[in-house]
Design a binder for this molecule. Structure first.
Ligand code: COA
Length: 415
């Protein structure tokens, strides 16, 4: 079967998490992704958070499937020549170096344009143009600068970062979309372009609803679906809302049977207005259906704490899966708090290819997250990440280098 990005060649100059997330997605859509790594070193994540000595870490393997790896010293003139040959034959260069690093290597936009005017150059940086544009940035810095941390956590505690890697993987996703859009535009213009996804901007995009709330707060001084209402106080910035849903349908995380010993014996429960009568029946409060204090969504906002306390009395009598089964029979939106252990064993996620077992020559079998985007005419087959420089000779031969040239480059430690 063909793939959506068959024929697209990616010069993958990415490292760590944000860039590799992007190029891994492109590889899953069928692009030929050639990852360029520093000769002798490779992507730093190969050696980070290792669980097996001298074996590529899960951090690396889980972000670099379906790619080829070549080693190249791009600061050596002969390495630069190889890089130039790659620029001439690839469609997209993706990079997430520190600001200015590509220019310092001599790989300026003007240089790339001169070699290949059709090339798209896609970058992740921590910040866009402005006072912080020169800063190096990692995941949690982006979560803090993009507004996620100030709006996550509980009112009486410090800002909190999320386990979801919205700064790195979230930005990688944004960049992948920009690349695909630029490839599409190139069909009509014949030209490449620069694509930039700053991590701060990507996080803010994902926190869009909080900027919405900032303006609501400034206009009205209060927000009724926040836990600070009606008893607590609002300041002048959007506060941390705990586990409140933040949307038009109030929700909360509630304890289930076993919560005393199991840290994940909880369920997320949404009191969707459309199913309020069903909720009242299920929890044993049929009188609340007509009771003025609870009958309308507006009235309920004044009593969310006691309402959730009562629902929790019910959820605590059941384990989270039993509660979910009952609630789903009534179309009441809810979701169990799943641990990574439970997710790893989830049969549906395995069947859909979202949790995949991969075999690796030096590490053996491991689990990874496959392509979360499913396409009917471009199926994803997850293949293992490359060993450092595994495809150097193959790629150089494709570029026209002879065995003798390759031996010389190796002797001079260019590859
Ligand atoms: N051959 C020779 N040199 C190479 C090379 C190669 N194949 N690949 C990289 N290098 C060099 C770079 O040119 C750079 O040299 P310079 O400092 O002389 O310009 C050097 O390696 C280090 O690159 P850099 O990107 O600065 O890595 P770092 O480890 O110091 O910083 C980050 C890491 C992630 C903080 C930084 O890259 C960054 O801020 N990136 C943008 C934001 C981002 O993506 N952050 C999230 C990462 S998940």
């Amino acid at each position: 079967m063909s793939k959506a990005l068959d024929g697209v060649r990616i010069l993958d100059f990415t490292h760590v998490q944000s860039g590799p997330t992007c190029t891994q997605l492109l590889a899953w859509f069928g692009a030929d992704v050639i990852k360029v790594e520093r000769a002798g070193h490779g992507d730093a994540t190969r050696g980070q958070l290792r669980d097996i000595p001298d074996v590529d870490s899960l951090y690396f393997t889980m972000l670099n499937h379906n790619k080829r790896s070549i080693t190249l010293d791009t600061k050596n003139p002969k390495g630069r020549a190889v890089l130039d040959a790659l620029i001439k034959t690839c469609d997209v260069l993706v990079e997430n170096f520190a600001p200015g690093a590509l220019d310092r290597m001599g790989i300026t936009w003007a240089h790339i344009q001169a070699l290949n005017p059709r090339m798209i150059v896609a970058s992740v940086k921590g910040f866009g143009p402005g006072k912080y544009e020169h800063c190096k940035v990692y995941e949690n810095v982006a979560q803090c600068a993009g507004g996620a941390a100030s709006t996550t956590g509980f009112d009486d505690g410090p800002p909190v970062v999320s386990g979801a890697q919205i700064g790195d993987s979230g930005t990688g996703l944004h960049l992948a979309l920009g690349i695909v859009a630029a490839l599409y535009q190139r069909n009509s213009t014949g030209r490449g372009q620069q694509v930039l996804a700053p991590m701060q901007d990507a996080v803010l995009n994902l926190c869009r609803v909080k900027l919405r709330d900032q303006q609501r707060l400034e206009r009205n001084g209060t927000m009724h679906e926040y836990p600070q209402y009606p008893d607590g106080k609002f300041g002048d910035a959007v506060p941390r809302a705990g586990n409140a849903s933040g949307g038009g349908q109030p929700g909360s995380i509630l304890k289930c049977k076993g919560w005393e010993t199991d840290p994940n014996a909880y369920i997320y429960f949404i009191t969707q207005a459309a199913v309020w009568p069903a909720i009242c029946q299920v929890i044993g409060e049929p009188g609340w259906i007509k009771d003025e204090a609870y009958a309308t969504p507006g009235a309920r906002l004044l009593h969310l704490k006691p309402i959730f306390a009562r629902i929790e009395k019910w959820t605590m009598s059941l384990d989270k899966y039993a509660a979910m089964d009952i609630l789903n029979q009534h179309d009441i939106p809810c979701g169990p708090i799943l641990s990574m252990k439970e997710i790893a064993a989830d049969e549906s996620l395995r069947e859909s290819g979202t949790v995949v077992e991969v075999d690796h020559p030096t590490r053996g079998k491991y689990l990874t997250v496959g392509n979360p985007i499913k396409m009917s005419d471009s199926k994803t087959e997850v293949t293992r990440s490359p060993l450092l420089g595994e495809h150097t000779e193959e790629v150089l031969r494709q570029l026209g280098y002879s065995d003798a040239d390759i031996a010389n480059l190796r002797a001079e430690q260019v590859i």
